[in-house]
Design a protein around this ligand. Sequence first.
Ligand SMILES: NC(=O)c1ccc[n+]([C@@H]2O[C@H](COP(=O)([O-])OP(=O)(O)OC[C@H]3O[C@@H](n4cnc5c(N)ncnc54)[C@H](OP(=O)(O)O)[C@@H]3O)[C@@H](O)[C@H]2O)c1
Length: 304
Amino acid sequence: MKIILTGGTGFIGTAVRRQLLSEAHQIYILTRQKILSAHEQEKFIYWNPERLGDWAACFDGADVVINLSGENIAGRYWTESQKQRIVQSRVNATRMIVAAIGQARKKPSTLINASAVGYYGHVPFALMTEGNGRGEGFLAETCEMWENEAMQAERFGVRVVLARLGPVLGEKGGMLSKMIFPYYFFLGGSLGSGEQWISWIHRDDVAGIFSFLMTHPSLSGPVNVAAPKPVFMKEFSSLLGNLLHRPSWLKVPSFVIRLIMGEMSSVVLEGQRVVPQKLSDQGYRFKYEDLKPALAAILSKKNA
Ligand SMILES: NC(=O)c1ccc[n+]([C@@H]2O[C@H](COP(=O)([O-])OP(=O)(O)OC[C@H]3O[C@@H](n4cnc5c(N)ncnc54)[C@H](OP(=O)(O)O)[C@@H]3O)[C@@H](O)[C@H]2O)c1
């Protein structure tokens, strides 16, 4: 297939590229960086996600578009201008992608657009499937705006999948690299009450699921991309401590985290128990259903 990928240089995009290359697809990576292709199956195309340009020509005859671009959520303190960047980088890029699809003579059949389980807001108890509505808060509102923009591609007869990703676990990046650091100094432990849900997913499964979504046309609209067994934060940190042979005793109270991180503290203090209903119904086989082997696999690579 001819696949257009944005955010292909990032933490998740790198794994998605690896998967697509192994399946012998031709990939066109839209990037804001000047990169030359190192592989004949991969072509890097410079784009400005704020406006249509020559880059849009590659959409003609593409089969699938995967959109992973956006300002990193946890990269900087959430000032009002940073929050604007988080929203606008997603909404604008997605709008330009839809415009490029609209312009293409032969249009892609599928748009897989990243979103996040943050769509459901902070949910302490209930189980969230794709049927549940939007929750409250900045992340939930951002996801809704982002998803609404992606859904515009349906006007062109495109199947739109809204991949609501849980926190992605992998080496060199994402949530784990931030959580692991204090353990090396014997300062590991749970953040906040410890009773917030983490609907985690291994990065290899994200790549596998994106490939599955490409070839299962009956899947459209929101699809939860999270492992079937979410855990509490306190379970996550204690398992991490065990695997690292480090204590996991420190409990940082919520008010301290709020003081340090401001509104961004919602990323660690809030959670939701999400299940991948649609993927399970369609028979996707997870490589990592349980957290322990998922973490063990990542940590063994880190140490390799
Ligand atoms: N990682 C997770 O746990 C997680 C969970 C839920 C949802 N998601 C979502 O999944 C997507 C990919 O996540 P990731 O962890 O791979 O993110 P990442 O490592 O930060 O990569 C995102 C990519 O987006 C592009 N980008 C960065 N800032 C941008 C901006 N201001 N405007 C336009 N493009 C920009 C960059 O590509 P170029 O420099 O090549 O342009 C970058 O490589 C994100 O949208 C994220 O919100 C991630």
